[in-house]
Design a binder for this molecule. Structure first.
Ligand code: SAM
Length: 330
C-alpha cells in the first residue's frame, strides 16, 4: 500500500491507523484470524477487511468504537516506533516549504533516524523526485529500508549506509535541497555543496538543538560560499477558545467604577461565562449568535514552550552565479 495515494477498501497486509482519541492512535498491519484489543473492546481483523478507510468500527463486544484511518506521513509521525528523536509536523511543514520541495525535486537528508521526515519528503517529491537518505547506524538503515518499501516509497527513497561527516555524500550535481539532522552538520557542508545541481540555486537546512552548533554551521556555510543564511525557531503557541459574556460599554464603565469603589480588580468585569471542556467542539458562529450575548474569544498562554531545534537555512549559489557576482563587483 502507498502513503502517497489513497485506496478505498482495507485489505489483508494493509497498514491501518487505529484512531481512539486525538491523543491516542496506534498503527496495525491487517492479518487474517488475528484481533486487536484496547479499552473499547476487541476488534477482529477479519471484520476490518473489506471496510472503507475512514469507517467507524464498533468492537465485537460493543464496548466502544474506533476509526480506521488511511496512513499519511502526518499520522505516521504521530504513531511511528521511535528509534531516535524525530521531527514533528510543525518543523516538517516549515522545512519542506523553505527548502522548496515539490514533485520532481531531488533531496538529500541525513541522518534518516526513525524516518519521520523521510515519509513527508517522499510524499512531497513523488513520483519523479528522489530522496537520498544517509544513516550510519546499521540497524536503523535496515529498519528504515523495510519500512520505506512497505509504505510504497521503495522507488523514491534511496537508503545509504554511511558516515557522511567522514565519507561525504559522494554525489555530484544531483540535488536541489539538503537537510542535515546530525550532531555535527558543519562536517557535511563541503560535501553537500558538491551534491547540489551546479546550474541553479539550491537550499540547505541544518537542524540543531544548541546555539553553539548553529554558530559552527553558520561559519561553515559562510566559508563554503552559501548566502542568505537565516536562523529560525519553530514554536507552537496554543490558543484556548472560550465564549465570553458581551457587555455594553456604558455598563462596563459603570461596573468598573463600582468595582473600583469596592476595591475589586476591574479585569473581572468581563466574566468568563463558561470554558469549553477538552473534547467539546467549538460552537459555530450561528450557535454563538443564538446564545444570548456571547462571543468567542481566543487567549494564548503567556509562555511558549516546546523548543526542539534551531533551523539554519542558506542558499547555494552555482559557480556561474558566483562568477557573475564577482564580475559585476569589479
Ligand atoms: N530526522 C530524523 C527523523 O525525523 O526521524 C531523525 C534523525 S536522528 C535525530 C539523527 C540520526 O543521525 C541518528 O539516527 C544518527 O544515527 C544519525 N547520524 C548521526 N551522525 C551521523 C553521520 N555522521 N552520518 C550519518 N548518520 C548520522
Amino acid at each position: 500500500m502507498s502513503f502517497s495515494g489513497y485506496k478505498k477498501y482495507i485489505e489483508e497486509g494493509d497498514l491501518v491507523i487505529i484512531y481512539m482519541t486525538r491523543d491516542n492512535m496506534t498503527p496495525i498491519y491487517i492479518k487474517k484470524d488475528t484481533s486487536f484489543n484496547n479499552r473499547f473492546g476487541i476488534f477482529h481483523h477479519n471484520d476490518i477487511i473489506g471496510k472503507q478507510f475512514g469507517s467507524k468500527m464498533v468492537s465485537s463486544n460493543y464496548r466502544g468504537f474506533v476509526y480506521l484511518l488511511h496512513p499519511t506521513p502526518e499520522l505516521w509521525t504521530l504513531v511511528l516506533p521511535h528509534r531516535t528523536q524525530i521531527l514533528y509536523i510543525a518543523d516538517i511543514s516549515f522545512i519542506t516549504t523553505m527548502l522548496e520541495m515539490k514533485p520532481g525535486v531531488n533531496v538529500i537528508e541525513s541522518g534518516t533516524g526513525s524516518g519521520s521526515f523521510s515519509h513527508s519528503i517522499a510524499r512531497t517529491i513523488a513520483p519523479h523526485g528522489r530522496l537520498y537518505s544517509f544513516e550510519y547506524h546499521q540497524e536503523r538503515v535496515n529498519l528504515a529500508t523495510t519500512e520505506f518499501k512497505e509504505h510504497g516509497f521503495g522507488d523514491i527513497i534511496k537508503m545509504h549506509h554511511r558516515d557522511v561527516c567522514k565519507e561525504g555524500f559522494q554525489m555530484k550535481d544531483e540535488v536541489s535541497a539538503v537537510f542535515l539532522d546530525l550532531p555535527a552538520p558543519w562536517d557535511a557542508i563541503a560535501s553537500a555543496k558538491e551534491a547540489f545541481k551546479q546550474d541553479r540555486t539550491g537550499k540547505i537546512c541544518c537542524f540543531s538543538p544548541c546555539i553553539e552548533q548553529v554558530a559552527r554551521s553558520v561559519a561553515a556555510l559562510e566559508e563554503h560560499g552559501f548566502i542568505d543564511i537565516t536562523m529560525y525557531e519553530c514554536l507552537i503557541r496554543e490558543h484556548s477558545v472560550a465564549p465570553l459574556q458581551k457587555i455594553d460599554f456604558s455598563e462596563a464603565l459603570k461596573d468598573a467604577q463600582e468595582r473600583r469603589a469596592k476595591g475589586l480588580p476591574s479585569v473581572d468585569s468581563v466574566a468568563i461565562k463558561r470554558k469549553l471542556s477538552k473534547d467539546e467542539p467549538v460552537p459555530t458562529a450561528d450557535e454563538i449568535e443564538s446564545t444570548a450575548n456571547l462571543m468567542l474569544v481566543s487567549k494564548t498562554v503567556g509562555e511558549t514552550r516546546g523548543h526542539t531545534s534551531y533551523l539554519t537555512f542558506a542558499t547555494f549559489l552555482p559557480p556561474s552565479a558566483i562568477q557573475f557576482v564577482n564580475a559585476s563587483s569589479d
